[in-house]
Design a protein around this ligand. Structure first.
Ligand code: FES
Length: 157
């Protein structure tokens, strides 16, 4: 688990207010080495916000951007809702599967990438679309997928 003073800093930045639970969890997850909300962290946050741990888990399980399992440094969320389904979701999924040798719900052996399916990410106008972190990528082609992956690999120090 990340140091508690780091979590305290995040909680403080959001006024220790449970209204900001989603933002708090996203931020906490981003500083966790394995990019997830562990049981220990969920308990710590729940205690400090004085809310039931079940509420933390409701948020973690509802939002595709959060995870209660360890994830790769980069989480590739592939939209599988109708418009993307019609515009090439199957090809996009295949390109990522071929490039990373993993299936949705899995993480690459080097811990760099996880892949998951997600409902509409609000980018239907540029579908097929994916989201990685806060970045949305659309009008995907095989070349574009390769470019995105090599940029992300290059960004890792
Ligand atoms: S259906 Fe895929 S972004 Fe909306």
């Amino acid at each position: 688990m990340v140091e508690t003073r780091v979590i305290d800093g995040i909680l403080g930045a959001y006024q220790n207010d449970a209204v900001n639970l989603l933002q708090i969890l996203l931020k906490v997850q981003s500083v966790e080495p394995k990019n997830y909300v562990s049981e220990e962290v969920a308990m710590y946050v729940a205690n400090h916000l004085d809310i039931p741990i079940s509420r933390v888990y409701e948020v973690v399980t509802y939002f595709a951007a959060l995870s209660h399992k360890p994830q790769g440094k980069h989480v590739i969320q592939i939209c599988n809702t109708t418009v993307c389904q019609l515009n090439g979701f199957n090809e996009v999924l295949k390109w990522f599967k071929d490039a990373l040798k993993i299936n949705p719900g899995e993480t690459t052996a080097d811990g760099l990438f996880s892949m998951k399916l997600t409902p509409c990410i609000g980018a239907c106008d540029i579908s097929p679309a994916i989201k990685i972190g806060t970045n949305v990528y659309g009008n995907l082609t095989k070349e574009k997928v390769e470019e995105i992956l090599s940029e992300l690999r290059g960004a890792i120090s």
